[in-house]
Structures are given as structure tokens and as C-alpha cells.
Design a protein around this ligand. Structure first.
Ligand code: KIV
Ligand code: ZN
Length: 517
């Protein structure tokens, strides 16, 4: 069976989702989980974008041992040099060069004609060949590029030394038929194409990213680029879990498979959702909360008689075990540790384990039944506040439907300063957020707020997600608690901490064309 290589760009294209800002530690944590998932190639970032990005790529390059680590670069020497520096220490480094090829980009963005594009790309590949054995070249906005020019640029890239040529549908414009036809034509017409790999990179603006990637596979693509949970700027990228499960479930149709460790999909999805602060919609294919839920009586009846009536793949395949009662308030540390290992949370430090156990005991006192989902929510909350500017000590809210809500909050900084503030608000959450604004002296705008329960029942844990904005920059925040006001406060403070971190990281960023979707 044909092997399809998976190129994960969660840490680069995915990180360019609005509000997402991963620090170096978080990038490494995701990269190591991608390695466990069996991802072949990990694009860790765009080193020329900022010193923070360069440091993130370098940390991933040094940590990952069993996957190729890739750095993105415009077709310029300075960018290529930044990737060289960032990939020092990588077991298997690769440079990802790109240049736009479509008439719209040539005319309005690059102000270059076809000849100049060919020349600039060739010069970049040749310069890079002095330092890299593995080079991928991408024709940005290939989806809106003349087909004969795609073939011409691909032929040039092969001659110049690229090992992979990527043909992206940068703006998610194409239909599966059109996208597949590009691959078919390139395969048939470009001399030397058999010596390299062809790659597909799709965006989901019209909801076609997975369909287009699969059409590319049917027409000869060797590699699929995508992200976990399909995150990415605008409508996002191809969801890797969707491609992997489509190939697995319809093997007889595609005759191709990935080498992903499928039962790591769910865990990877949770981790990416937690660290990016981007919740997975309930109806999302494969990893959404409802993806394996059967609601109607007719479906439930069918499932009880024979699972295959309504189930085309099993939840266990992606690592989703049936939720069962795990622990109660009398469970000890040993049982807790064993349950964590069973859920896949291994390698926690003693300090993290102690904090998680204390949180579990606190929760078990409030809730009779502590489920797998509760345990995941506890462990997935930040367990050590090492890099955070502010941590929450307490909130106190006074509320009555005939009076003005008042909130008192106390936070401490990582330098040990304790700050207490009071504020009035239009509602309890508003009062808490105003008090936190005063305490942190950060002026942020709340542009989105959502709350969901982690499990069922009145005593369920509540999970709050916020999107905060400051000077045109947005960040996500997440908080969990059995009390929704506390969860709201934690989510807001998490967002504020991320905003401060992002501000620090963006100092010294490259200007100009740094976003490529
Ligand atoms: O969408 C796109 O074209 C990209 C390139 C940089 C590959 O992300
Ligand atoms: Zn992209």
C-alpha cells in the first residue's frame, strides 16, 4: 500500500490562528506529542518572524528525535540563514521555502513577472542547497496560478534541487476535481517529477480542505500538510485526523495509508486544544464530543443490535475509551497515579502530581463521582504557574438581582507582589473582569466568551474560553472550575498572561510579509 507522508504545520500555520500564541515550552510539548502520533514531518515555525519564533523552532529541533523538523522561509537569504540557525541540533532538518506564483500575488504583492518569480525562486533554492540536504519548495497560491506556470515552476524547483514540491490551495478556492487535476497534470507533464515528492496543502475557506487533500492523494500526492483539529488562519487548514481516518476507514478506495499511531489522535487533539485555547466544536469530525454519540432512538436501537449499523469507525481507534467512573473521594494517591497513567498522562513530575492530586481531592469533596473527563480537565489545567505573570489567589463576588454586582479579586505576581482590587460591574463576570483589569493594569477587550460543562450534572466542572484583544493583537484564555465565576476569572487571567507573553515575544519581530495564508 502507498505511504502518504504527513507534514504537520500546527506549530506554524496553526499557530497563526487568531488569538493563538504558544510559548517555547508549549511548542515542545506539542511537538513531542506529534512525534508520539507518528507524524513524519513537523513544521515548527517561521524563524525569521521573530527571535521568539526562532527560539521555539530551535527548542523543537533539539527535542524531536524521530521526525523531520522544518523551518519556514521566504525566498530570501536572510530568512534561509535564520532557519539554518534555528535548526541547529535537529536530527533531520528540512528547509521550507516559498514564493507566490499566482497572477494576483505576482502583480499586487510581489510586483514581479513570471520570469522574475522563476529567477528568485531558483536563486533561493540554489543558495539553500549549500546548507540543506532537504528542501521543500512551495508555490504560494498555486490554486490560482496558471497550470502551465505551475508545471514550469515545479520543473525549475526539481532542477534546482528541491526534494519536495508543495502545491498549496492557499486561499481554499478550489474544488476537489480542480485540485486533483493539478496533481494529475504535474505528474504527467513535469520532467523529473518521479525523483521528488509532491505535497498538498489546503485551506478550508469553502469547507473543502480535507476533500481537496484526498483528491490530491488520488491523483498522486505523496505528502499531505495539515494541522491537528484543522486549526489555522481564517477557516483553518486540512485536519490531519480527518485525512488519516479517511485513509484508514476507506483503505479499499484510496489504497494508501499513513504511518500515524491512530490511537494517539484523541490525546493529541486534546493537548492542542488546551494549549492553543481553541475549543473543538462538538460536531467536529473524528474528535468532536458528538462524533461517536448516537442520539435518536432509532440509531440507539440499531447500535445496541449491531454497532456497524451506524458506526463506520470505532472510538477506540482514535484512543477514545468508553468513559467510566474512575475515582471517588476515598481513592488514594497510588490509585490516582495509576489512573493518570491509564489515561496516558505519564512522566509528570512529583510537584505536578501533588498539585493534580490536591485538585482531585478538592473536586472529589464537591462531586460524588469523579469521571475520566474530570481527571483530564484537572490535569490539562496548567499545574505549575512558572512562566505566568499573574496567578489568582481568590475572588469574592457579591450579587443580587436588585443590586450592582461587586467583585473583589486577589492575585499575586510571579515576583511575589500581592494585589487586591475591587470593582462594580454590569454582571458578576463583568465585575470580576474589571477588578482583574485594575489588578493587572492591562487594558484588554473581551471579544468572545464561552462556557461549557466538562461532564453532565449540576456539580459538573465548567470550562470557560475567552478571546481577549489589545492593540489589534488577540489571545485565547481557558479556565476550569466547579464554579463558573472562578472558571471565568481563571480564563481571563490566563488570557492576560498570554497577552503579556506575546508582547514580550513580538519585540523584534520581522516586519512585512510574515503571514502566508
Ligand atoms: O497556505 C500556504 O500557501 C502556506 C505556504 C507558506 C505553504 O502556508
Ligand atoms: Zn497555509
Amino acid at each position: 500500500m502507498r505511504k502518504i507522508y504527513i507534514f504537520d504545520t500546527t506549530l506554524r500555520d496553526g499557530e497563526q490562528s487568531p488569538g493563538v500564541n504558544l510559548n517555547v515550552k508549549e511548542k515542545v510539548e506539542i511537538a513531542l506529542q506529534l512525534e508520539k502520533l507518528g507524524i513524519d514531518r513537523i513544521e515548527a515555525g517561521f524563524p525569521a518572524a521573530s527571535p521568539g519564533d526562532l527560539a521555539g523552532v530551535n527548542a523543537v529541533a533539539r527535542a524531536v528525535k524521530n521526525a523531520t523538523v522544518i523551518g519556514l522561509s521566504r525566498s530570501r537569504e536572510g530568512d534561509i540563514d535564520a532557519v539554518r540557525e534555528a535548526l541547529v541540533g535537529a536530527a533531520d532538518p528540512c528547509l521550507h521555502l516559498f514564493l507566490a506564483t499566482s497572477p494576483i500575488h505576482r502583480e499586487h504583492k510581489l510586483r514581479m513577472d513570471k520570469g522574475q518569480v522563476l529567477e528568485a525562486a531558483e536563486a533561493a533554492i540554489k543558495y539553500a542547497s549549500k546548507y540543506f540536504d532537504k528542501i521543500e519548495f512551495s508555490l504560494e497560491d498555486a490554486g490560482r496560478t496558471e497550470l502551465d506556470f505551475i508545471c514550469e515552476v515545479t520543473a525549475m524547483a526539481i532542477r534546482a534541487g528541491a526534494k519536495v514540491v508543495n502545491i498549496p490551495d492557499t486561499v481554499g478556492f478550489l474544488t476537489p476535481y480542480e485540485y486533483g487535476n493539478i496533481f494529475k497534470t504535474v505528474k504527467e507533464q513535469v520532467p523529473g517529477v518521479e525523483k521528488i515528492q509532491l505535497s498538498a496543502h489546503c485551506h478550508d475557506d469553502l469547507g473543502m480542505a480535507t476533500a481537496n487533500a484526498l483528491a490530491a492523494i488520488l491523483n498522486g500526492a505523496d505528502q499531505i500538510e495539515g494541522t491537528i483539529n484543522g486549526i489555522g488562519e481564517r477557516a483553518g487548514n486540512t485536519a490531519i485526523e480527518e485525512v488519516a481516518m479517511a485513509l484508514e476507514t476507506r483503505q479499499e478506495f484510496y489504497g494508501a495509508k499513513t504511518s500515524l499511531v491512530l490511537n494517539e489522535i484523541y490525546r493529541t487533539s486534546r493537548l492542542v486544544s488546551k494549549l492553543t485555547g481553541m475549543p473543538v466544536p462538538g460536531n467536529k469530525a473524528i474528535i468532536g464530543a458528538n462524533a461517536f454519540a448516537h442520539e435518536s432512538g432509532i440509531h440507539q436501537d440499531g447500535m445496541l443490535k449491531e454497532k456497524t449499523t451506524y458506526e463506520i469507525m470505532s472510538p477506540e481507534t482514535i484512543g477514545l475509551k468508553e468513559s467510566k467512573l474512575v475515582l471517588g473521594k476515598h481513592s488514594g494517591r497510588h490509585a490516582f497515579r495509576e489512573n493518570l497513567a491509564e489515561l496516558g498522562y505519564e512522566g509528570m513530575s512529583e510537584e505536578q502530581l501533588n498539585i493534580a492530586f490536591a485538585k482531585f481531592k478538592e473536586l472529589a469533596d464537591k462531586k460524588k463521582i469523579v469521571t475520566e473527563e474530570d481527571i483530564r480537565a484537572i490535569v490539562e489545567e496548567k499545574l505549575v504557574d512558572t512562566v505566568e505573570m499573574y496567578a489568582l489567589d481568590f475572588i469574592h463576588v457579591s450579587y443580587g438581582n436588585q443590586s450592582v454586582p461587586t467583585a473583589t479579586v486577589r492575585v499575586h505576581t510571579h515576583e511575589g507582589e500581592v494585589i487586591e482590587e475591587v470593582a462594580l460591574g454590569n454582571g458578576s463576570v463583568d465585575a470580576i473582569y474589571k477588578a482583574l483589569d485594575r489588578a493587572t493594569k492591562e487594558e484588554v477587550e473581551l471579544s468572545d466568551y464561552s462556557i461549557k460543562s466538562v461532564t453532565q450534572g449540576k456539580d459538573a466542572l465548567g470550562e470557560v474560553h475567552v478571546l481577549l484583544k489589545q492593540n489589534g493583537v488577540s489571545v485565547q484564555g481557558r479556565g476550569v472550575s466547579t464554579d463558573i465565576l472562578e472558571a471565568s476569572a481563571r480564563a481571563y487571567l490566563d488570557g492576560v498572561n498570554r497577552m503579556i507573553e506575546k508582547r514580550k515575544q513580538s519585540k523584534g519581530s520581522a516586519s512585512g510579509e510574515i503571514s502566508f495564508k
